[in-house]
Design a protein around this ligand. Structure first.
Ligand code: AMP
Ligand code: ZN
Length: 466
């Protein structure tokens, strides 16, 4: 079965096939580097990672571009307040974003594109839009005239026909002819940074950034464009208006949007103050892979309510997976093959694949793996799981981990909470009692990786942090 993805534009689940050969051209809206990203942002970024990994598993070559928005009102305001140059200010948060992404095991896109490195190309695109009659000028700023683009609203399924041009509005202190019109180029204001370009001095609006960098690196028609649902309108709607007006071609073939991470039923956001950064969560002792697991475990089109209990469940789930892996790797099974169980394993692998092919249904994919683990543990306990069943079990775990990537413990030190250390030590004692030394060694190594040193004394096991 082919991979099927929900397309926001058509509101249908559609089979994915790239336009050019086997290469998937993907553009994802990246962070605005004005502060640390919160784990709500990382839900969307984790979703991008899942899209990448599953496309690769399905044999596609990836050509993925993500922008870094490093010029924007909040950035300018904060940099000015701290008397820093723009790039000096954004470097800190860009690095933090990349570090956090690495902790969450998010693969790096093939290209990261900084807005400030494409200003002249944006000015050129705005000039081209002006030449074609899609823009107007007001107080030195340049706007896109939505009335010149009849398809506006198709992505967000908004009907704008009732809205009339001519109702002048003042949004963000910019004069526009129509509430829907948006700024392509902002005239310099007192003390703010600006660029000299053939269309005059100023800086680009956010929307033109993405159109220009997407087309620059991926061509006029892009296979996949993704973001969080809050970007559907107006950001992506505006990207379509600009891009289609520029090229005369459809801009994107599959529009994918991830739902929100919520806190107590509300969107996690900077402005509501109900957010946690990855750093906040790790400081409480949670492992980054637990955050990754939690964010990945709910299908991307469903909202996900963040709780620390949810994170604890994610840790428990990861532990189950790791214990099972240790059992597969370390236990001695009776020789031979259990054909029926081989079939069962193949069936689970099939369920896992079908679930992800079905618009990345991660919850079902996980359910297939956990059901398999439950049955495999029973088969192992009863001796029905044989030595020649091991390879298939390993393959399934590998396939699982090539997408979810949680089996390897993070090396981050001191992040593991005391109770978890105690629990692992008790498990190790149990394992030793059963003379399962592979398991007891694995637990010791797992703790060592987290900087926890064990010392076996006649009074039991003592531990300390390195
Ligand atoms: P920003 O850095 O504000 O441009 O946001 C980066 C990405 O995070 C965008 O794709 C947003 O749609 C996404 N985003 C923001 N808040 C949330 C949230 N609470 N849950 C999921 N995604 C979010
Ligand atoms: Zn964008």
């Amino acid at each position: 079965m082919a991979l099927r993805l929900y397309n926001t534009l058509t509101q249908q689940v559609e089979e994915f096939a790239p336009l050019r050969n086997n290469t998937a051209g993907i553009y994802t809206c990246g962070p605005t580097v004005y502060d640390y990203a919160h784990i709500g942002n990382f839900r969307t970024f984790t979703f991008y990672d899942l899209v990448r990994r599953w496309l690769r598993a399905r044999g596609y070559v990836l050509d993925h571009v993500m922008n870094i928005t490093d010029v924007e009102d909040k950035i300018i305001r904060n940099a000015l307040a701290q008397k820093k140059k723009l790039d000096e200010y954004t470097a800190v948060y860009e690095k933090a974003f990349l570090d956090d992404s690495q902790l969450l095991r998010l693969e790096r896109p093939e290209r990261l594109a900084r807005a400030t490195e494409h200003i002249q190309e944006m000015a050129q695109a705005i000039q081209a839009l002006t030449d074609k009659g899609f823009t107007y000028c007001s107080d030195g700023s340049i706007y896109f005239r939505i009335a010149s683009f009849p398809d506006y609203g198709k992505l967000s399924h908004n009907d704008f026909s009732g809205m009339r041009a001519g109702a002048r509005v003042d949004v963000d202190n910019y004069e526009k002819d129509d509430a829907r019109d948006f700024v392509l180029w902002k005239a310099p204001k007192d003390g703010e940074p600006f660029w000299e370009t053939p269309i005059g001095p100023g800086r680009p609006g956010w929307h033109i950034e993405c159109s220009v960098m997407a087309i620059r690196y991926l061509g006029e028609i892009i296979d996949i464009h993704a973001g969080g649902v809050d970007l559907i309108f107006p950001h992506h709607e505006n990207e379509i208006a600009q891009s289609v007006s520029l090229t005369g071609k459809p801009f994107v073939r599959h529009w994918l949007h991830a739902e929100f991470l919520l806190v107590d039923g509300q969107k996690m956001s900077k402005s509501l103050g109900n957010f946690y950064t990855l750093r906040d969560v790790l400081a409480r002792g949670y492992a980054p892979e637990a955050v990754r697991y939690l964010l990945a475990s709910v299908p991307y089109r469903k909202q996900l309510n963040f709780t620390f209990d949810g994170l604890k469940s994610a840790e428990t789930a990861i532990e189950r997976l790791r214990n099972f892996k240790a059992r597969v790797d370390g236990e001695k099974f009776q020789p031979g093959t259990n054909e029926k169980f081989l079939e069962r394993t193949a069936q689970s692998a099939h369920q896992f694949n079908s679930a992800l092919d079905d618009d990345l249904n991660t919850a079902e994919a996980l359910a297939a793996v956990f059901e398999y683990i439950r049955e495999a543990n029973i088969a192992m306990d009863s001796g029905e799981f044989r030595s020649e069943n091991v390879d298939a079990a390993r393959d399934l775990l590998e396939r699982f981990d090539s997408i979810f990537d949680v089996l390897r413990p993070s090396a981050k030190r001191g992040s593991i909470p005391d109770e978890e250390i105690e629990a692992l030590i008790s498990k190790r004692v149990e394992a030793k009692k059963k003379r399962n030394f592979a398991e007891s060694d694995r637990i010791r190594d797992q703790l060592a990786e987290q900087g926890i040193i064990l010392e076996d004394t006649k009074d039991g096991t003592r531990w300390k942090r390195k």
